[in-house]
Design a protein around this ligand. Structure first.
Ligand SMILES: CCCCCCCC/C=C\CCCCCCCC(=O)SCCNC(=O)CCNC(=O)[C@H](O)C(C)(C)COP(=O)(O)OP(=O)(O)OC[C@H]1O[C@@H](n2cnc3c(N)ncnc32)[C@H](O)[C@@H]1OP(=O)(O)O
Length: 260
């Protein structure tokens, strides 16, 4: 959602950084960045500053780490295998599943963010990736299926997410639902913001649980993208939450105070 003008510049200039971005963004988002008239007025501003003052190889938090339980590893491996490339009749064939990378700064999806520094503190971090201790809070990986317009997130809830004794805080669950539904909406519709999020909590989720967050497109009506979401146990026998979310497409200007 952030730094779209900066992203556009990277896309125009191409190269390794652009490739990293293209791995993350859907064709819809890329098309928006490349064509939106809202983005053009920012280009001249950033063209005069040096880009990428931070690491050019930001850490991808969607990689397995030692805090992951055997169950987390197993489910991750299952979905990761669906992302493999098959060879059929000597031709490489990619399946519909992709693993999305995840960083701890929104601006790491784009560039150094000098242009955004008045809006976003240099110390800003993505909410779900702001605790350094592995496994303490949100451990998750999102896999997206473009053809079926849906995604699945494997989520392991850490001990610092406690709400009711021994169980995951409802706000932490809402955060993950917002993140996963928002990721899918952004993937399908380009830059969006959450307008409405409605959650029914059906069963308490024990701390340390590994769960699946299944998210799917319901419909798109003009600027509105409606997403449904269910959180289940990994064998899908237990239902933790059911939810719906509405995302509204925005222009970059929306984040800078102007309306569409
Ligand atoms: C390029 C991609 C880059 C990717 C990389 C970036 C890094 C990402 C990293 C990691 C991914 C993690 C992903 C996280 C995701 C989290 C997302 C959030 O949490 S966003 C924060 C919380 N949300 C807000 O703060 C919004 C605050 N609200 C607003 O700004 C506005 O109200 C907004 C944009 C929602 C709508 O405002 P208007 O002025 O643009 O549009 P109007 O005309 O009001 O509404 C448009 C249509 O939507 C309906 N609408 C609006 N709000 C509604 C509501 N609450 N309920 C029902 N309908 C609503 C309206 O009735 C209207 O419908 P009709 O076109 O007339 O049919």
């Amino acid at each position: 959602m952030l730094g779209l003008s900066v992203m556009r510049r990277l896309l125009i200039s191409g190269g390794m950084r652009g490739l990293r971005l293209q791995q993350l963004l859907s064709e819809e988002t890329l098309r928006h960045l490349q064509t939106s008239p809202h983005n053009t007025r920012h280009i001249s501003v950033i063209s005069t500053v040096s880009l990428w003052p931070f690491s050019s190889q930001p850490r991808d938090f969607s990689q397995p780490n030692s805090s992951w339980s055997p169950e987390m590893h197993k489910v991750y491996d299952n979905y990761n295998a669906l992302c493999d490339t098959d060879i059929e009749n000597g031709e490489e064939k990619r399946g519909p599943w992709r693993k999305l990378p995840s960083y701890n700064r929104s601006i790491k999806y784009a560039t150094g963010g000098i242009h955004l520094s008045k809006l976003i503190q240099a110390k800003a971090r993505l909410f779900t990736r702001n605790v350094k201790e592995q496994g303490a809070t949100f451990e998750y990986v999102v896999f997206v299926n473009k053809e079926e317009k849906r995604c699945v997130c494997v989520f392991q809830a850490g001990r610092l997410l406690e709400g009711a004794p021994g169980h995951v805080h409802g706000g932490a669950i809402a955060t993950m639902i917002d993140t996963v539904t928002g990721t899918l909406a952004g993937f399908l519709s380009g830059p969006v913001m959450t307008a409405n999020l409605n959650i029914d909590y059906r069963n308490p989720m024990p701390l340390g649980s590994v769960v699946l967050i299944h998210s799917a497109l319901d419909r798109i009506e003009g600027r509105k993208t409606y997403i449904t979401c269910k959180v289940t146990s990994t064998d899908e026998s237990k239902l933790y939450t059911e939810s719906t979310a509405l995302f509204v497409s925005i222009s970059v200007g929306h984040l800078f105070g102007s309306r569409n």
